[in-house]
Design a protein around this ligand. Structure first.
Ligand SMILES: *[C@@H]1O[C@H](CO)[C@@H](O)[C@H](O)[C@H]1NC(C)=O
Ligand SMILES: *[C@@H]1O[C@H](CO)[C@@H](O)[C@H](O)[C@H]1NC(C)=O
Ligand SMILES: *[C@@H]1O[C@H](CO)[C@@H](O)[C@H](O)[C@H]1NC(C)=O
Ligand SMILES: *[C@@H]1O[C@H](CO)[C@@H](O)[C@H](O)[C@H]1NC(C)=O
Ligand SMILES: *[C@@H]1O[C@H](CO)[C@@H](O)[C@H](O)[C@H]1NC(C)=O
Ligand SMILES: *[C@@H]1O[C@H](CO)[C@@H](O)[C@H](O)[C@H]1NC(C)=O
Ligand SMILES: *[C@@H]1O[C@H](CO)[C@@H](O)[C@H](O)[C@H]1NC(C)=O
Ligand SMILES: *[C@@H]1O[C@H](CO)[C@@H](O)[C@H](O)[C@H]1NC(C)=O
Ligand SMILES: *[C@@H]1O[C@H](CO)[C@@H](O)[C@H](O)[C@H]1NC(C)=O
Length: 413
C-alpha cells in the first residue's frame, strides 16, 4: 500500500518553489509546468512557423510510431494506411517549433539519483535523456552520467529515433532505475542520447529529455515503457495514471486518479489497438450539431493541437459562421474563427460530449489586432484518424488505464 504522495509545487512558466509533502491514500502526484502557449509566444499573436512546425512534427511523430509498430509486431498498423503514397515534407522542420506543448516534470535516474526534467508524452513510448557524451545540442541540458550510477547497465545497443520531420535523437541504450516521485522502476530500458538534433537545444526544448507513456508496441527499444515497468514490478496500487493539463495546477498522477481533480463519473473508451492510446471518438460537434462521426483518435499529451483528417475538419469549420481557411496566413490545414464569436464545440467519447472551452479552442489572433483567431483544430491530408492534444485535453481530467486498456475522461473539478 502506497501511503505517501510527493508533490512538487507547480508554477507556470518553469518557475519552481520548494516541495511540500502531503499524505494521500494511494498514488503519487507530480506537478507539471508548461511553457508559454503558442498563442502568446509571439508578440501577442500566433507564430505561423511554430504552428506549421508543430503540425508537421505531430503527424511525423505519430507516423514514425507506425513503422516501429510494424517492426515490433510484424503487422502493419491499422491506421498506417497506404504509406507508399504519402509525400513527406520537402524540408526538415525541427522540434524547436514544438514550443508550448511540453508538459514537464521531474524524475530521477540512477543510484545515487540524478534528477532531470522530462516532457511526459502519451504519444510515444521511449524515455531518453542527454548523455554525458553528448556535446552539440545537449549543452545546457543536465546530462545523464551512466558511469556514476551503480545500477546502470550498458545494453550494448544503439537507438535512433527519427521523427520524419528532420528532428532526431540517437545514442546508446542503458538499463537503470527510474523514479517518478516516490516510485521506482528498476532495470528500465532508456536511451542515453549522444546526438540531439538542433530542436532539442535548451533554448528551444527546455526539458532534459522525454518520457514516453504509450504502449511497448511502439517502443523503439521494443521494451516496456516506465509505467508498464512500474506495474510489472508491483510498484503502483492501480495500473492507471492520470493527467490534469491546465494553466495552473497541472499534474501527473501515478498509480490511480486524483479524486480531488475531477467531478462526476469517468466516461471510459476502450483502447482499440495497443500502441498509441487509440480509441474510437464518437464525433465532433459544433453548436450542438455533429460535423463528423465515429473515427479513431490518438490521445496525445505531447501534441498541442487537435488534428483531424482534411474532410472532417473542413466540415467542422463549415459549421462555424465566419471561419476561414488560413492556408496563406498560417499554413495548409489551418483555419481561423472569429475572435468575438467563438463557437461552442465538443468532442464525444464513450457516448458523452466534452466541451472545448472558447479559451482553449482559440489559439489567439493570427496578427496583432486581427479579428480572426487561429482555431485549435487543424487538418492533415495524410491521415484518416484524429490526434487529440492539449486543445481538448485541457478541458478534461484524463485517466490512462493500462490495466483495463482504456481511456477515461471526466469533467474537471
Ligand atoms: C497503395 O498504393 C500503390 C501505389 O499507387 C497501389 O498500387 C496500391 O494499390 C495501393 N494499395 C492500397 C491498399 O490502396
Ligand atoms: C560523475 O562522475 C564524474 C567522473 O567520472 C565526475 O566528474 C562528475 O562530477 C560526476 N557527476 C555527478 C553528477 O555525480
Ligand atoms: C534488475 O536486474 C537485477 C540484475 O540483473 C536483478 O537482480 C533484479 O532482480 C532486477 N529487478 C527487477 C525488479 O526485475
Ligand atoms: C507482483 O504481484 C503478483 C501478484 O501478487 C505476483 O504474482 C508477482 O510475482 C509480483 N511481481 C513482482 C515483480 O513482485
Ligand atoms: C455515476 O455512476 C453511478 C454508478 O454507476 C451512478 O449511480 C451515478 O448516477 C453517476 N453519476 C453521474 C453524475 O452520472
Ligand atoms: C471494453 O473492453 C472490455 C474488456 O476489456 C469489455 O468487457 C467491454 O465490453 C468493452 N467495452 C466496450 C464498450 O466495448
Ligand atoms: C466506430 O467504428 C468502429 C470501427 O471502425 C466500430 O467498431 C465501432 O462499433 C463504431 N462505433 C460506433 C458507436 O458506431
Ligand atoms: C444546427 O442545427 C440546427 C437544427 O438542425 C440548424 O437550424 C442550424 O442551422 C445548425 N447550425 C449550423 C451552424 O449548422
Ligand atoms: C457544454 O456546452 C453547452 C453549450 O454548447 C452547454 O449547454 C453545456 O452546459 C456545457 N456542458 C458542460 C459540462 O459545461
Amino acid at each position: 500500500m502506497l501511503t505517501i504522495a510527493f508533490i512538487i509545487s507547480s508554477l507556470y512558466l518553469l518557475a519552481t518553489t520548494a516541495a511540500p509533502f502531503q499524505p494521500e491514500s494511494k498514488g503519487f502526484k507530480i506537478a507539471l509546468t508548461k511553457r508559454a502557449t503558442i498563442a502568446t509566444s509571439y508578440q501577442g499573436s500566433v507564430d505561423p512557423s511554430k504552428m506549421k512546425g508543430h503540425l508537421a512534427y505531430t503527424t511525423a511523430k505519430i507516423e514514425s510510431g507506425f513503422d516501429v509498430y510494424q517492426r515490433n509486431t510484424g503487422k502493419v498498423h491499422p491506421l498506417a494506411g497506404n504509406r507508399t503514397m504519402r509525400k513527406r515534407s520537402g524540408h526538415p522542420l525541427s522540434l524547436q517549433d514544438d514550443d508550448g506543448t511540453l508538459w514537464q516534470g521531474v524524475i530521477s535516474v540512477g543510484t545515487p539519483p540524478q534528477d532531470f526534467t522530462v516532457d511526459f508524452d502519451t504519444g510515444s513510448s521511449d524515455i531518453f535523456l542527454a548523455s554525458s557524451l553528448c556535446n552539440m545540442y545537449c549543452a545546457g541540458h543536465k546530462s545523464y552520467h551512466a558511469e556514476n550510477s551503480t545500477t546502470a547497465k550498458n545494453l550494448f545497443k544503439s537507438f535512433n529515433i527519427e521523427y520524419g520531420d528532420g528532428s532526431s535523437v540517437a545514442g546508446l541504450q542503458y538499463s537503470d532505475s527510474v523514479s517518478i516521485a516516490e516510485v521506482t522502476a528498476e532495470n528500465q530500458t532508456m536511451g542515453s542520447a549522444i546526438l540531439y538534433s538542433s530542436g532539442f537545444a535548451p533554448d528551444e526544448y527546455p526539458p532534459d529529455g522525454l518520457m514516453g507513456m504509450a504502449f511497448p508496441e511502439i517502443s523503439e527499444y521494443n521494451a516496456n515503457p516506465v509505467f508498464q515497468n512500474l506495474v510489472a514490478q508491483n510498484k503502483t496500487e492501480d495500473a492507471v495514471f492520470a493527467f490534469k493539463l491546465a494553466k495552473t495546477g497541472s499534474e501527473l498522477f501515478v498509480g490511480g486518479v486524483n479524486d480531488a481533480l475531477y467531478q462526476g463519473n469517468f466516461s471510459y473508451t476502450n483502447v482499440t489497438e495497443k500502441g498509441y492510446w487509440q480509441v474510437n471518438m464518437d464525433g465532433a460537434c459544433v453548436a450542438g450539431n455533429r460535423t463528423s462521426g465515429n473515427v479513431s483518435a490518438i490521445i496525445d499529451t505531447g501534441t498541442t493541437l487537435v488534428v483531424g483528417n482534411t474532410e472532417s475538419v473542413r466540415a467542422f469549420y463549415a459549421a462555424i459562421p465566419g471561419s476561414k481557411e488560413a492556408e496563406k496566413s498560417i499554413g495548409s490545414g489551418f483555419y481561423t474563427i472569429p475572435c468575438n464569436a467563438i463557437p461552442d464545440v465538443s468532442l464525444s467519447f464513450g457516448g458523452r460530449a466534452f466541451n472545448i472551452s472558447h479559451e482553449t479552442l482559440s489559439l489567439g489572433p493570427v496578427k496583432q489586432g486581427s479579428q480572426d483567431c487561429l482555431g485549435g483544430v487543424a487538418a492533415s491530408d495524410d491521415q484518416d484518424y484524429w490526434i487529440v492534444g492539449d486543445v481538448f485535453l485541457q478541458n478534461v481530467y484524463t485517466a490512462f488505464d493500462i490495466g483495463n486498456s482504456r481511456v477515461g475522461f471526466a469533467d474537471l473539478a
